[in-house]
Design a protein around this ligand. Sequence first.
Ligand SMILES: N[C@@H](CCC(=O)N[C@@H](CS)C(=O)NCC(=O)O)C(=O)O
Length: 210
Amino acid sequence: MAHKGLPYETVSTRFTDIAAIGDGSYKTIPVIEDKGQHICDSWMIANYLEDAYPNTPSLFGEAGANGPGRSLSQFLQHWGMRAISFPLLHVIIKDIYDRLDPADQPYFRESREARFGKTLEQMVEGREKTVEEFRGGLNPLRTCLDDQPFLSGATPLYPDYVMAAALLWPRAMTPLKLLDDDDPLSPWLGRMLGLFDGLAGMQPKEWVGV
Ligand SMILES: N[C@@H](CCC(=O)N[C@@H](CS)C(=O)NCC(=O)O)C(=O)O
């Protein structure tokens, strides 16, 4: 929404409050509400914004419904989920639990332990090795950034947002260092954090002191 210059208001939402959104059919956040309708799922939201606001800067680098920019962005959305977010979840799941609102903790523990067939504590055993493997898996991003400032070229587009979001999410959740200080990804992440007056590094005011 910042990329498109659209005004918005955010609402921090607990896991256990998701069922209270809209008609109660949503299982995950983010969900946006616009012009009286709700749209759930990051990818669906990006597509909705692209189509509903065609006269704002494109997220996919081109106008039109089915161009290659949109398809390649979807590929990166899937890759980010599989190569970054899933392995990272296994590394930081207990840190997430520790930082959750107490109202969410029983739901989070029960649902995740049932899903993965292990306790949260068992899931993070040996996590240092998982972090090392995860770092190696980021080499395609490093190579891409060797000769351009953003994954999308001279300026950021949806692929930059989706990749940076996956890597910045743990900053709010774990004290564990996921990237070395001299990781070539750090300057790019710094550029991403600087966009829109530092928007990606800001915490909702109700988190201050948490
Ligand atoms: N594919 C979805 C995934 C969103 C997602 O997994 N959201 C998590 C929070 S980050 C959630 O709402 N989980 C609800 C639950 O586990 O009950 C997207 O990109 O929007």
